[in-house]
Design a protein around this ligand. Structure first.
Ligand SMILES: NC(=O)c1ccc[n+]([C@@H]2O[C@H](COP(=O)([O-])OP(=O)(O)OC[C@H]3O[C@@H](n4cnc5c(N)ncnc54)[C@H](O)[C@@H]3O)[C@@H](O)[C@H]2O)c1
Length: 448
C-alpha cells in the first residue's frame, strides 16, 4: 500500500506516544478520554468552555459521581496533563514541542429551542481544532450525531482553517460508548467503532484507539459509524417507550408490568428486558432519536415509530403527576399546596447527572400545578435548578423531612436510598420503579 508520508509520521507518533493529544470537552466522555490517554502514556491538553470541570479536576475533585475521585486526584498532579479554559471556537496556542497532532471532540450535541439538532458546540470545537492542531493531524469526533456530520460539517470547518489536504489531515468518527454508573467509566470492555473519511483516516483512528487498549471495529465509512451509534440509542429509546406504554395498558386492567416482565424473561432468549419508569433521561436517550428523526426527514422518509416513541416518552412525567393527583384527591387533597418530596433527581441510579432527567419534568409539572416541591437525592446534594429559577439543595430523609411531607415520589432507584425508611412513610408514596419492598410495606402505596 502506498501510504502518504504524513500518515506514516502520525502512525509513528501514535506508536511512540510522541504526539500530544488535545481533548475538547470535559464531561463524562472527555474525562474518560483524558484518563485512558494518560494511562496509555500520551501528553494531554484538555480544554473546556466552562471553568467548573477544569477547576474541579485541577483541585483533584471529581466533577461527576461516577468518575472515580482517584482518577481526578492523579490528574491534578499528572506531569503530562495541561488543563485550560477555551472560549467557544477560539484558537489555543502551544509551544512548538507541545503542538498536538491529534484532536478529540467530546462536546455535547444537544437540541435547540425548537427540538432540532444543535451542532453549535461541535462547530466551535471544530474551529478550535482547525486553528490549533499541527498541520499534519488526526481529528476524531466522539460526540453522537446524525450521519453526514463528520463529512459535511466537521471537515468543511477544518478546511476553512486551511486544512484541506486529505493526505495531511485525517478525520474520523469514533462514537463513545460510555455508560455512566456501570463498570469502567471509560467502557474499555466495549469495542470502539471507527469510520474515517478516507481509508488512511480509518487506519490511523484504528491505530489510535488500539494504542489506548480498545478493541476496534472498523466501518466502511464514517456515515455507517454515525448511524450505528444512533441505532444503539434509538433502540433503547423505543424499547423504553414500549415498556412504558405496556405498563399503562396493563395497569388499566389491574396487571402489574413488573410481574409480567419477570414472567416474560423466563423465556431466556429472543427477549431483552427494559424496565418501566418515569421516562428516559440523560444526554443520549431522549436526544439521539431527535437526531435520527431530523436525518430521516432530510431524506424524505420519516422515522414514524421513533417519533411515536418520543411522544410516549414525553407523556410519562404527566402520567406520574396524574397518578399522584388521583391519590391525593382520594385523601381529599389537591395538588395545589401539596408538599411533595421527589426521591431522586439523577436520570438513572448511582450517578449525579441530571441532564434531561424525567424527575425535572415531574418537578416542573408539579410546580405548575401549585405543589410545594422539594427533593432528596444522595448523589445530587445541589444546589440544583429543579425548574427554571427554582434552586434547591437535597433534603435529608429523616423524621423531620417526612413529617413535613404529604407525598413522596420514588423516581431514581439509587442504591443509597434506604427503602425501609421510605416504606415507613405514612403519606402517599408514588413508585415509578416497581419496588416490591415499598409495595409490600408502605401505608399508602401507589404504582405509577
Ligand atoms: N454521557 C454519556 O453517557 C455519553 C455516552 C456516549 C456518548 N455521549 C455523547 O458524547 C458527547 C459528550 O457527552 P458528555 O455527556 O460528555 O457531555 P457533557 O455535556 O457532560 O460534557 C461536554 C463538555 O463539553 C464542553 N464544551 C462545550 N462546547 C465546547 C467547546 N466548543 N470546546 C470545548 N469544550 C466544550 C461543555 O462545557 C461540557 O463540559 C455528546 O454528544 C453525547 O451525546 C455521551
Amino acid at each position: 500500500m502506498n501510504l502518504p508520508e504524513s500518515s506514516l509520521r502520525l502512525q509513528a507518533a501514535i506508536e511512540q506516544r510522541s504526539s500530544s493529544v488535545l481533548v475538547l470537552g470535559l464531561g463524562a466522555v472527555g474525562l474518560a478520554m483524558v484518563q485512558v490517554l494518560l494511562e496509555a502514556g500520551y501528553r494531554v491538553h484538555a480544554a473546556d468552555t466552562r471553568s467548573e470541570p477544569i477547576e474541579a479536576v485541577a483541585a483533584g475533585r471529581s466533577p461527576m459521581a461516577h468518575i472515580p475521585a482517584a482518577w481526578c486526584e492523579a490528574m491534578a498532579r499528572h506531569p503530562k496533563l495541561r488543563l485550560q479554559r477555551v472560549e467557544p471556537g477560539a484558537r489555543l496556542v502551544f509551544a512548538a514541542e507541545e503542538l498536538p497532532s491529534i484532536g478529540v471532540i467530546c462536546v455535547p450535541t444537544p437540541l435547540d429551542a425548537q427540538g432540532q439538532p444543535d451542532l453549535g458546540p461541535l462547530e466551535s470545537a471544530a474551529h478550535t481544532l482547525g486553528q490549533s492542531l499541527a498541520p499534519e493531524c488526526l481529528v476524531l469526533l466522539e460526540s453522537t450525531t446524525y450521519p453526514g456530520t463528520t463529512r459535511n460539517v466537521l471537515a468543511p470547518i477544518l478546511r476553512e482553517h486551511g486544512r484541506s489536504d486529505a493526505s495531511r489531515v485525517f478525520v474520523a468518527f469514533a462514537p463513545e460508548r460510555v455508560n455512566p454508573g456501570h463498570g469502567d467509566p471509560a467502557a474499555r470492555g466495549a469495542p470502539r467503532l471507527v469510520g474515517g473519511l478516507t481509508p488512511d483516516a480509518t487506519r490511523l483512528a484504528q491505530a489510535f484507539y488500539q494504542s489506548l487498549g480498545y478493541a476496534v471495529e472498523v466501518t466502511a465509512r464514517a456515515e455507517v459509524a454515525e448511524a450505528a451509534k444512533l441505532v444503539e440509542n434509538v433502540y433503547r429509546a423505543v424499547n423504553i417507550s414500549l415498556v412504558n406504554e405496556l405498563k399503562l395498558v396493563f395497569a388499566a386492567q389491574g396487571i402489574d408490568i413488573w410481574e409480567v416482565l419477570d414472567a416474560a424473561q423466563t423465556k431466556g432468549f429472543g427477549f431483552q428486558r427494559f424496565d418501566p419508569g418515569p421516562g428516559a433521561g440523560g444526554s443520549c436517550i431522549p436526544i439521539d432519536p431527535r437526531y435520527l428523526e431530523y436525518f430521516a426527514r432530510q431524506g424524505g422518509v420519516p422515522a414514524q415509530l421513533v417519533e411515536l416513541a418520543g411522544k410516549i416518552d414525553a407523556h410519562m412525567a404527566e402520567h406520574v403527576v396524574h397518578v399522584l393527583e388521583r391519590a391525593a384527591l382520594q385523601t381529599g387533597r389537591a395538588l395545589q399546596g401539596l408538599r411533595v418530596l421527589l426521591l431522586g433527581v439523577a436520570y438513572k441510579p448511582d450517578v449525579n447527572i441530571t441532564s434531561e432527567s424525567p424527575s425535572l419534568r415531574v418537578a416542573a409539572r408539579l410546580l405548575r400545578a401549585g405543589a410545594q416541591v422539594s427533593y432528596c437525592d444522595p448523589e445530587v446534594p445541589g444546589p440544583l435548578e429543579l425548574a427554571p429559577g427554582v434552586w434547591q439543595t437535597s433534603r435529608v430523609l429523616d423524621a423531620a423531612t417526612m413529617g413535613s411531607t404529604d407525598a413522596m415520589v420514588y423516581l431514581t432507584d439509587h442504591r443509597a436510598f434506604a427503602l425501609d425508611t421510605i416504606a415507613a412513610f405514612p403519606g402517599i408514596l408514588v413508585d415509578t420503579r416497581g419496588k416490591r419492598r415499598l409495595r409490600d410495606r408502605a401505608a399508602h402505596y401507589v404504582s405509577a
